[in-house]
Design a protein. Structure first.
Length: 455
């Protein structure tokens, strides 16, 4: 052992008193698992109880909290760490010999498959707990999907041999955007496996509802079922929910219309250019195609007036959403911003100081026109909150081990995702109740290095 010449005045424990095991204790104290434990104990009956259900369950949770990628990694940690064994409930007199074999864990996980509904129930119970400690939880939502690659190999029509995954599908997602110099970029991601559809609270970055499907499942058709699940499992959920943001993969008439008409949730969903027929030279359509008029709009919801004298195209001034009329209100830009327009008299012959007022019913096109106008600064600002779901996805990859894993099959993936969601919410509830809300989104607690004093 190398000799340390000088001992420090303070030990590490005085700098950071919370150990790794405190995180696990916090999960144990918050997770509502008693019904699951009783159900699994009843299923075991009067059989051998060499490895009690509760001990096995605690150790599985420990593997998730401490980021073990597979059972062998967890077993090595349990053999090495006596404190962890005691906390999970293993016999202290047996030491490392009390750790179950790998096949015992495999059998226990197979039993958990049969109780997937109860694990989902724990998740929704934790959502209710979060709602109690965070009154604004669920007010602003975001939705996205995440690729979950299978550890198995693609299979042909022949039966799988254990290394193949007969449940997984090929998935594909396309990303595009515009660089600062105006050039367009495009990237296609393909994977073999599954897809996680995730509805999260944008303010607190915590999950509200989720679903695991094959990778080929559509994002668009899975949005409303997620919302319906949240509404069904959480009475009163809609009373505080105001907005939902999502990328253009969720762009559809049904999603926009039903979110607002049935759930009173304002959609903030990016839009694709679905105009197949040839538009005008500037990519616009007439708002009133049945008569001669100078009001036009594009597929992104921008509304313009074309000056009847100069032909100059200007953005109409957005004046908000009128709920009673279910329409967006716009005004003449010259009147609203008080500048000279040569064609103002021809647009509005009466000469009112307010200028021409244009009201666009949402029914004109539910994809393009939404209660928060796409062309407004408010829409752009609120849409930025969608990135919250991307950060949740990143935590699942990095902290919960979905970037590198050994999971095959839909049942195993659903179980593993469900356990991750339960632990994520249990950590949040435990942290808030312990007056450590700043840690509610962190599975890993890092020690902050003290700042060095200036010489």
């Amino acid at each position: 052992m190398a000799t340390i010449p000088q001992q420090r005045l303070f030990s590490w424990n005085t700098v950071e008193s919370s150990s790794d095991l405190d995180r696990l204790r916090m999960v144990f104290s918050a997770i509502p698992d008693e019904d699951l434990m009783q159900a699994m104990e009843a299923a075991r009956g009067k059989g051998r109880d060499d490895y009690p259900v509760r001990v096995m369950w605690n150790s599985v949770l420990a593997g998730i909290v401490f980021g073990h990628p597979h059972i062998e990694s967890l077993r090595r940690e349990l053999r090495r760490n006596g404190e962890l064994r005691d906390l999970c409930g293993f016999d202290p007199f047996m030491g490392s010999d009390s750790i179950p074999d790998a096949w015992v864990y495999s059998r226990f996980l197979r039993e958990l498959f049969r109780h997937q509904e109860m694990i989902d129930g724990m998740f929704h119970s934790l959502v209710e707990m979060v709602r109690e400690v965070l009154p604004d939880f669920g007010k602003v939502l975001a939705v996205d999907s995440k690729k979950l690659e299978s550890f198995g190999n693609p299979t042909s029509k022949a039966p799988g041999d254990g290394r193949r995954d007969t449940d997984a599908q090929w998935g594909r997602k396309e990303y595009s955007g515009r660089r600062g110099d105006g050039t367009v970029w495009n990237r296609v991601v393909k994977w073999f496996g599954f897809k996680l559809h995730l509805l999260v609270d944008s303010q607190h970055e915590l999950p509200v509802a989720y679903e695991v499907t094959g990778a080929a499942a559509s994002d668009m058709t899975n949005l409303l079922p997620l919302v319906e699940k949240a509404v069904e499992r959480h009475p009163g959920f809609l009373e505080q929910c105001e907005e939902l943001s999502g990328d253009r993969g969720y762009d559809s008439i049904d999603n926009n219309e039903k979110l607002y008409s049935e759930y009173s949730i304002k959609p903030l969903i990016d839009i694709r250019n679905m105009w197949k027929e040839k538009e005008g030279e500037d990519g616009t359509r007439s708002l009133y195609p049945d008569r001669a008029d100078n009001i036009v709009y594009d597929y992104q919801g921008n509304v313009f007036c074309v000056c009847p004298v100069t032909g100059e195209k200007r953005n109409l001034a957005y004046c908000g959403y009128e709920g009673k009329r279910d329409c967006l209100k716009y005004r003449c830009p010259a009147a609203h911003f008080d500048y000279e327009c040569k064609g103002r008299g021809r647009c509005h012959p009466s000469g009112s100081e307010y200028g021409r007022v244009v009201r666009i019913p949402l029914e004109t096109d539910r994809r393009i026109f939404t209660p928060i106008a796409r062309s407004s600064e408010s829409w752009a600002e609120k849409y930025k909150k969608r990135t919250a779901v991307e950060r949740v996805n990143s935590r699942l990859d990095v902290s919960f081990g979905f970037e590198v894993h050994t999971i095959r099959g839909l049942a195993k993936m659903k179980l593993r995702v469900g356990l991750a969601m339960v632990v994520m919410l249990a950590m949040a509830v435990g942290s808030i109740k312990a007056n450590q809300a700043y840690r509610m989104r962190s599975l890993v607690w890092s020690v902050k290095k003290p700042k060095r004093r200036a010489a």
